[in-house]
Write a protein of this length. Structure first.
Ligand code: PMP
Length: 403
C-alpha cells in the first residue's frame, strides 16, 4: 500500500497552518474524509436529490435505491444476518439512546445495568436515564491498575444477573482494547443483553456481529472516513423489534388514524422522519474506501505506527503515558509532567499539530485516573511516520518552553 497515494485522497491533509504542514493526530474525534466520500455526497445533491421511499418519480427511486444499497453494504460489512437489523441513526450517541429508551418497558425496579468504567459519556448517560425511568441500578465495571477491564470483578458482578451489559470495544480516551468476544460470551451466560460501542473500533478492526454475538453494536460514520450526522445501530432482530421507538412520526408507521397508530416493521419502525440521505450515501462510499484497503496490512501498519508513537513519547522524558499497551487501538493518552493538557495542546497547534485535550467525554475514567484531563494523539489510515516525528519534535519544543 502506497501511503502517499492514499494520503493524496484526503484533500484536508494537504494544507499547512502558519507555515507548518498540518499534522492531524485527532482521528479518534473525527476522521478526515477521502475525496470519494465528498464526491458521492456532492453527486447525490447535484444529480439525485429527492426524498427517499415515498414518491413515484425517478429521482426518488434513484435516491431510495442508493440509500437502501448502503443498508445492504453495512449488512455485509459487519456480517449482520438480515438487512433489517441495520438501523440508520445520527451517530453512536443516538444509537445508544434508541436502545436505552427502547428498553424502558422491559426493565424494572432494582434490575442491574453494568457499564464499562472507561466508557464514553454516550454509553453512560443514556443508561443512567433509563435507570431513572425504571428504578434500575447502574454499576460500573471496575478497571485494573493498568486500565484493563477487571475480569474478576466483572465475573463477580455477572453473578448478580444484570439485565444489560454496556461495553466499549475500544476506549476513546485511552485506546485500550476490550476482549469483547469473551466479555459478551460471559454476559450472555449470565442472561444479560449486551451492547458494544464500536465507535473507536470500526475504522481499525474487522467487526463480525454474528461471531461477536452481541445484541447491539453501534458506531458513527464520521470516525470511519464517512460524514458526520450518520450513525448505525445494529441489533439482533428479535430484540430490536421489541424496542419502543424513540422517535415517532412519518415513515415509521403502517397506518395512522386518530384512534390508533400501527407501527411499521423494521428497519423503518426505528427510522422516523426524513433520514440523512446524503450522509448515508457518503457512509456507503466510506465503506467502499475501507473495503478497498488491504485491511490486514493496514492494521499491521497502524499498530506499528502506534507502538512507534508510544515508544518515542515515553523516551522523551517528563511524559506520563496512560495505559499505553502494545495492543491499544488508534490512540495514545498522555500528559507532560504537571502541565495543563490545554496548554500543551495550544502550543502543539502553533506548530501545526492537531491533538485533542480534555476529559474526552470520559469523566468517570478521568476520576479513576485522578486527572482533570489529558492530551490524546490518535491516528488513522493516512497517518505516516513523518506525522509522528513532527509531533515528537514539537513536543520537544513544548517541553523546553514549559519545563
Ligand atoms: N462512543 C465512543 C467510544 C466515542 O469515541 C464517541 C465519539 N467520541 C461516541 C461514543 C459518541 O459518538 P458521536 O458523537 O458520533 O455520537
Amino acid at each position: 500500500m502506497d501511503l502517499s497515494t492514499l494520503r493524496s485522497q484526503f484533500p484536508t491533509l494537504a494544507q499547512s497552518n502558519d507555515g507548518y504542514p498540518l499534522c492531524y493526530l485527532d482521528t479518534a474525534a473525527t476522521s478526515q474524509k477521502p475525496q470519494l466520500v465528498i464526491d458521492a455526497m456532492n453527486h447525490y445533491y447535484q444529480c439525485d436529490n429527492a426524498n427517499v421511499h415515498r414518491a413515484a418519480h425517478q429521482l426518488s427511486a434513484r435516491a431510495t435505491s442508493q440509500y437502501e444499497a448502503v443498508r445492504d453494504k453495512l449488512k455485509q460489512f459487519i456480517n449482520a444476518k438480515q438487512r433489517s437489523e441495520i438501523i440508520f441513526s445520527h451517530g453512536t450517541t443516538e444509537s445508544i439512546n434508541i436502545v436505552a429508551n427502547g428498553l424502558t418497558e422491559q426493565l424494572s425496579q432494582g434490575q442491574l445495568i453494568l457499564v464499562d468504567s472507561a466508557a464514553h459519556h454516550a454509553n453512560i448517560v443514556p443508561w443512567q436515564q433509563l435507570a431513572k425511568r425504571t428504578g434500575a441500578v447502574v454499576k460500573p465495571i471496575p478497571l485494573t491498575a493498568d486500565c484493563r477491564l477487571d475480569l474478576t470483578a466483572y465475573k463477580a458482578l455477572l453473578e448478580q444477573q444484570p439485565a444489560i451489559v454496556a461495553l466499549s470495544h475500544v476506549s476513546n480516551a485511552l485506546g485500550t482494547l476490550n476482549p469483547v468476544h469473551e466479555l459478551v460470551a460471559l454476559a450472555k451466560q449470565a442472561g444479560a443483553l449486551t451492547l458494544v460501542d464500536g465507535a473507536q473500533a470500526i475504522a481499525h478492526l474487522e467487526v463480525d456481529v454474528q461471531a461477536l454475538a452481541c445484541d447491539f453494536y453501534v458506531f458513527s460514520g464520521h470516525k470511519m472516513y464517512g460524514p458526520t450526522g450518520i450513525g448505525v445501530l445494529y441489533g439482533r432482530f428479535d430484540i430490536l423489534d421489541s424496542l419502543r421507538p424513540l422517535l415517532t412520526g412519518g415513515e415509521m408507521i403502517k397506518t395512522v388514524s386518530f384512534e390508533h397508530t400501527e407501527f411499521n416493521s423494521l428497519p423503518n419502525r426505528l427510522e422516523a422522519g426524513t433520514p440523512p440521505i446524503a450522509e448515508v450515501i457518503g457512509l456507503g462510499a466510506a465503506i467502499d474506501f475501507i473495503q478497498a484497503l488491504p485491511r490486514e496490512q493496514v492494521h499491521a501498519q497502524e499498530q506499528a505506527l502506534l507502538n512507534y508513537l508510544q515508544d518515542k513519547l515515553s523516551k522523551l522524558g517528563d511524559i506520563v503515558l496512560y495505559a499505553a499497551h502494545s495492543d491499544n487501538i488508534g490512540a495514545v493518552a498522555f500528559n507532560l509532567a504537571d502541565e495543563h493538557h490545554q496548554d500543551v495542546g495550544i502550543l502543539l497547534d502553533q506548530q501545526g499539530i492537531a491533538v485533542r485535550c480534555g476529559h474526552h467525554c470520559a469523566m468517570p475514567l478521568m476520576q479513576t485516573l485522578g486527572l482533570k484531563g489529558c492530551c490524546r494523539a490518535s491516528i488513522g489510515v493516512y497517518t505516516n511516520k513523518a506525522d509522528i516525528d513532527n509531533f515528537i519534535d514539537a513536543m520537544k519544543s513544548v517541553k523546553d518552553l514549559l519545563l
